[in-house]
Design a protein around this ligand. Structure first.
Ligand code: ADP
Ligand code: ZN
Length: 621
C-alpha cells in the first residue's frame, strides 16, 4: 500500500485531540496512542502492542469516530463486548455489537444503522466476522477500519491461541483498502512476527510501547506447607478491595472461595466447567460490585476490563511470563497502585517440565517451551527487580529497577546458604540417594529413626549435623538445590527420593567453589508474617477527601444499579478520586477533570455537584 512506502504525511492530530477531549474527557494522547491514531487516520495498517491500561481502545475508537463508515472491532468474548459497548454509549458514542445470540430484527437494525451512517463502532466476534456471510454483507457497507483486539490469540506462540482468530487472515481480501489494526498487550518478538504473518500485516509498521506498568507492585513467594493460610491472610488484609486469585485446579477454585466466605470475605469461584448461568452471575457480580474477590482458573480474565482490580494473587504460578503479565495486568488498569503476588514451588516447575517432555509436540516447539519455562522460573525465583525482569524479557533495554517490588524493597534479599547446602548434599550422598525430603530432613536434624532404613543410616556422620536448623529452613535449602539443578527428585519404587542431579555442580558446592543463595535466611523462619501480608497499596487521601471519595463511590454504585451497568461505566475510581481531590464547584471545573467528557458531564454533572454540596456540610474542615 502506498501509505507504507511513502513517508506518512505529517499527522495533524488536532481533530483527533478534539474528539479525545470532547468524548472521552482526556486532555492529550498518551504514549504511542497519538502515533497509532495518526497512522490509522491516514489509512495505514498496523500492529500496536501497548501495555494493559495503556489505552489501546483509543487507538481505534478515535479513528473510527473520525473516518467515514463504521469501525469493526473483533473482540474475543461476547459478554465483554457488551460492557465495552455500554461504556461507549455512556460516553455518547453510537456503538453496537453483533453476535449470534441476537434475533433477526436486532441484527437488521444494526445493518440499517450502518447503511444510514448512524453507527460508528460495531463489535463482532472472530467467528462471526470470519464467516463468509457476515463479512460479505459488511464488505458492501462503508467500513472505516477493522481493529483486531487481543491479537495475540492468532498465534500459537502467544499464550491464548484461539483457532477462530486464524480465519481473520482472510479479512484483507474481504475488505480491500480498509485499514486494519491489530492490538494486544502481550506479544514477544516471535509472537508479533506471527501475528503479522497470520493477519497479512507483513508490510505494516509495529508500534511497541514500553511494557512498564508503573503502578504495579510485584512480589513472588515460594510455596511452603502453609501456602493456603498465607493466601487467606493476604486476602483478609485486603478486605473490601477487589481482587483475583488464580489457581490451577477447578475444584480448588470452589473450595478456596468457600473457605473465604466462611471467613466473611466476599469471594466467588469461576472456572470453565461451571454451569453457564452461574458463570454469568459471578462475572456480573464481580464486574458490578466494588469489592468482590474472584477465585478462578485462567478461564477467567480474557478481556476482563474492570479498572479497579486492586490485586492479583497467583496461588499457583503462571504458565509463562507472557501469561503472567497478561494476568497480573488485570490489576490496576485505572492507573492507581495495585499488587501482583505470585506463589510458586519446585513441584510446579517439575510438573510443567514433565508435561513438556511428555507432549507430542515437535522438538523445536519443545525447545521453545523449555526455554520459556526456564525464563519463567529465573524470573519467579530470581533476585532481580521483578518489573525490570518482565520488561527485559519483552526485549526492552535500559530498564531501571522499579523500586517497589519485593527485590527492590529488600536489598538484602538473598542469603548465602552454602554451608547448609554442603550438609544437605553430604547427607544425600551418605544416605545413598534413598531418602525423600521428609526423611532426609529427619536425618539431618537427628530426629529419632522410625524405620529400618532410617536406623541403618543413623550411624552415618551426617546424622543430626543439621540440628540447629528447623524443618522449614531445611525445606528452603533443599528447594533451592532443586531449583538450582544440583539435586533432582527421582522415582525409587514409586516414591520420590532426592538424588544428585549434576555431580559437577554438587562437587563445586561441596568444595566451596560455588555458593548457594536462598531467597531468605533458612535460619530465620518466624519473621515476616506481617511483612507477608503488608498491603502495599498506600491510601494517600486525607480523611475528608477519603470520606468524599467514599460518598462519590456510593453515589456511583446506586447510579450504576439504576442504569443496569457496572459502576466503572459511570466513572472510574481514578476520576472520582480527582473529583474528591479538586472538589469542582461548577460544570466547567468538573469537565477539566480527566475522564469527564461532554456527554458524561451533561448526564452526571449535576448529581456529582450535589454529592459535593451535600458533603460540604458534613465534612470536617
Ligand atoms: P487497555 O485496553 O489498553 O487496557 P483502555 O483502553 O481500557 O486500556 O484504557 C485504560 C484506561 O486509560 C481507561 O481508564 C481510559 O479511560 C484511560 N485512558 C486512555 N487513554 C487516555 C489518555 N490519552 N489520557 C488519559 N487517560 C486515558
Ligand atoms: Zn523492582
Amino acid at each position: 500500500m502506498l501509505a507504507e512506502i511513502l513517508p506518512p504525511p505529517a499527522p495533524d492530530l488536532s481533530d483527533a485531540r478534539a474528539v479525545l477531549q470532547r468524548v472521552f474527557g482526556h486532555s492529550d494522547f498518551r504514549g504511542l496512542q497519538g502515533d497509532v491514531v495518526a497512522h490509522v487516520l491516514a489509512g495505514g495498517d498496523g500492529l500496536a502492542v501497548l501495555p494493559t491500561g495503556g489505552g489501546k481502545s483509543m487507538c481505534y475508537q478515535i479513528p473510527a469516530l473520525l473516518r467515514p463508515g463504521v469501525g469493526l472491532v473483533v473482540s474475543p468474548l461476547i459478554a465483554l463486548m457488551a460492557d465495552q459497548v455500554e461504556a461507549l454509549r455512556a460516553a455518547g458514542v453510537n456503538a453496537a455489537r453483533l453476535d449470534s445470540s441476537m434475533d433477526w430484527e436486532a441484527r437488521q437494525a444494526v445493518f440499517s444503522a450502518i447503511q444510514s451512517g448512524k453507527l460508528d463502532l460495531l463489535y463482532v466476534s472472530p467467528e462471526g466476522l470470519a464467516s463468509g456471510v457476515l463479512s460479505e454483507r459488511l464488505g458492501r457497507m462503508p467500513v472505516s477500519l477493522i481493529a483486531v483486539d487481543e491479537a495475540h490469540c492468532v498465534s500459537q506462540w502467544g499464550h491464548d491461541f484461539r483457532p477462530d482468530y486464524r480465519r481473520l487472515g482472510a479479512l484483507h481480501e474481504a475488505f480491500p483498502g480498509v485499514p486494519r489494526l491489530a492490538v494486544t498487550a502481550t506479544a514477544d518478538a516471535r509472537t508479533r512476527e506471527d501475528i503479522r504473518r497470520q493477519l497479512h500485516l507483513m508490510q505494516a509498521p509495529e508500534f511497541v510501547a514500553s511494557f512498564d506498568r508503573p503502578n504495579l507492585i510485584l512480589s513472588t513467594r515460594r510455596k511452603d506447607g502453609r501456602t493456603q493460610a498465607r493466601i487467606l491472610d493476604l486476602v483478609e488484609a485486603r478486605r473490601g478491595l477487589c481482587g483475583i486469585i488464580y489457581v490451577t485446579a477447578r475444584k480448588e477454585t470452589e473450595e478456596l472461595a468457600a473457605t473465604m466466605r466462611e471467613r466473611g470475605l466476599d469471594a466467588l469461584a469461576f472456572h470453565a466447567q461451571m454451569p453457564s448461568d452461574q458463570k454469568h452471575a459471578h462475572l456480573r457480580r464481580f464486574q458490578e460490585e466494588d469489592g468482590v474477590v474472584m477465585v478462578a482458573t485462567i478461564a477467567f480474565g480474557m478481556g476482563i476490563d474492570k479498572p479497579d482490580v486492586r490485586y492479583v494473587i497467583h496461588a499457583d504460578p503462571p504458565k509463562s511470563i507472557e501469561a503472567y503479565w497478561q494476568e497480573v495486568g488485570r490489576a490496576g488498569r485505572d492507573g492507581l497502585p495495585a499488587e501482583g503476588i505470585a506463589f510458586y514451588g519446585f513441584s510446579d516447575r517439575r510438573f510443567m517440565a514433565d508435561r513438556i517432555e511428555g507432549s507430542p509436540a515437535p522438538d523445536e516447539v519443545k525447545l521453545v517451551q523449555r526455554t520459556k519455562l526456564n525464563q519463567l522460573y529465573a524470573f519467579l525465583d530470581g533476585l532481580a527487580c521483578r518489573r525490570g525482569g518482565v520488561r527485559r524479557y519483552f526485549g526492552e533495554t535500559q530498564v531501571e529497577d522499579c523500586g517497589q517490588c519485593d527485590v527492590c524493597l529488600n536489598p538484602d534479599m538473598g542469603h548465602d546458604s552454602s554451608q547448609w547446602a554442603r550438609m544437605a548434599l553430604s547427607a544425600v550422598i551418605r544416605c545413598e540417594e534413598s531418602f525423600g525430603r521428609g526423611r532426609l530432613i529427619a536425618h539431618l536434624t537427628g530426629t529419632a529413626p522410625d524405620g529400618p532404613l532410617e536406623t541403618r543410616f543413623a550411624t552415618r556422620t551426617t546424622f543430626g549435623i543439621g540440628k540447629s536448623l528447623g524443618k522449614t529452613g531445611w525445606r528452603r535449602v533443599l528447594d533451592q538445590l532443586l531449583f538450582d539443578g544440583v539435586l533432582a527428585e527421582q522415582n525409587l519404587d514409586g516414591f520420590p527420593v532426592l538424588a544428585i542431579a549434576c555431580p559437577d555442580l554438587a562437587r563445586s558446592v561441596l568444595k566451596g567453589e560455588m555458593t548457594v543463595m536462598t531467597r531468605e535466611d533458612p535460619g530465620e523462619t518466624g519473621r515476616g508474617r506481617r511483612a507477608q501480608t503488608r498491603v502495599a497499596l498506600r491510601e494517600d487521601l486525607d480523611t475528608p477527601t477519603q470520606t468524599l471519595f467514599t460518598a462519590l463511590r456510593a453515589w456511583r454504585l446506586e447510579t450504576a444499579r439504576q442504569a443496569g451497568v457496572p459502576p466503572y461505566v459511570v466513572f472510574h475510581d481514578s476520576v472520582l478520586r480527582q473529583v474528591a481531590l479538586h472538589r469542582p464547584t461548577g460544570l466547567a471545573e468538573l469537565m477539566a477533570i480527566a475522564g469527564i467528557g461532554e456527554a458524561k458531564a451533561r448526564r452526571y454533572g449535576h448529581a456529582i455537584l450535589q454529592v459535593l454540596a451535600r458533603s460540604e456540610f458534613t465534612l470536617p474542615q
